[in-house]
Design a protein around this ligand. Structure first.
Ligand code: NAP
Length: 273
């Protein structure tokens, strides 16, 4: 069964489950991406800073799938913020990917201390108008950053990719996204395994015959968010895709909610960069 798709506020669709390729070595990215796509993934989440865009593009071509069947994301790194620098950075990403256009480009971090994210956003709007990028969004934006780019440009990002896992559930920001029509996409969705041994996770895994990782990914899907787990193992890729044939109960979802502790695996977006 292919992953479900969510509707973006610009009318395009995004696969709810995709592959993340942070820390996938450049030398093995092509094969990881190709094998994930061949087993059923349809979205590959990359970024200029991951240093593996060439492999990302090669993997899409090596999969044998029509280009239109694959959703490709990249991100503008912090050093490339600003209007002209962003135009150049996205052209460089497209060149490394060897693609004419891509489905989604995100501002990787707001880096508020630089105060360039509005100009960066204006550049992404231009790239969308020019057909280089089909949809545009952000990553690691807090409510204030979202409200500022929307207020100053009138353009609402289609998506905000943020850290979400059972220990950092981001209920408030997800609620704001819902009100603004922005899809939430969860990064580090497995939360470095910190809740694999938690009682509600173990209980749901035991009831369903699934692994801890699978019930956590299923929790993301049932929250209605998009999710991009990474695995360098073929078995891990297959395991993370195999989450569509079962459901967590309402009681299990409530028990997962109690795992919230507000602790991040990654940096604080207000300070990073
Ligand atoms: N926008 C941002 O700032 C940002 C930040 C971080 C990440 N991201 C994106 O989000 C993606 C996912 O985040 P992530 O890579 O940090 O973490 P993740 O997907 O939550 O976890 C990856 C780790 O979990 C292990 N793993 C994967 N599947 C597993 C399974 N079924 N059972 C047990 N362990 C499993 C992997 O090891 P194995 O490889 O051995 O399976 C790897 O060590 C990234 O690849 C990237 O695309 C974005």
């Amino acid at each position: 069964m292919p992953p479900a798709r969510l509707r973006l506020n610009d009318g395009h669709m995004i696969p709810q489950l995709g592959l993340g390729i942070w820390q996938v070595p450049a030398g093995s990215t092509r094969d990881t991406v190709a094998s994930a796509l061949q087993m059923g993934y349809r979205l590959v989440d990359g970024a200029a800073i991951y240093g593996n865009e060439a492999g990302q593009g090669e993997g899409v071509r090596a999969s044998g799938l029509p280009r239109d069947d694959v959703f490709v994301t990249t991100k503008v790194w912090n050093d490339d913020q600003g209007y002209d620098a962003t135009l150049r950075a996205v052209e460089a990403s497209l060149k490394r990917l060897e693609m004419e256009s891509l489905e989604l480009c995100l501002i990787h971090w707001p880096t508020p201390s630089r105060n360039l994210y509005v100009d960066t956003w204006r550049a992404l709007i231009r790239l969308r108008e020019d057909g280089r990028v089909r949809s545009i969004g952000v990553s690691n934006f807090m409510g204030d950053h979202l409200e500022r780019i929307i207020g100053e440009t009138g353009t609402v990002p289609v998506l905000n990719q943020i850290e979400v896992n059972p220990r950092l559930q981001q209920a408030e920001l997800r609620d704001l996204h819902d009100r603004l029509g922005i899809v939430t996409q969860s990064w580090t969705p497995l939360g470095q395994g910190r809740s694999f041994d938690a009682a509600p996770v173990r209980a749901a895994a035991a009831r369903t015959g699934k692994t801890a990782a699978q019930v956590i990914l299923r929790w993301h899907v049932q929250l209605g968010v998009a999710v991009i787990p990474r695995s360098s193992r073929t078995a891990g890729l297959a395991e993370n895709l195999d989450i569509l044939d079962f459901a967590l109960t309402a009681e299990e979802m409530i028990a997962f909610a109690a795992l919230e502790e507000g602790s991040r695996c990654g940096p604080d977006p207000m300070r990073f960069g």
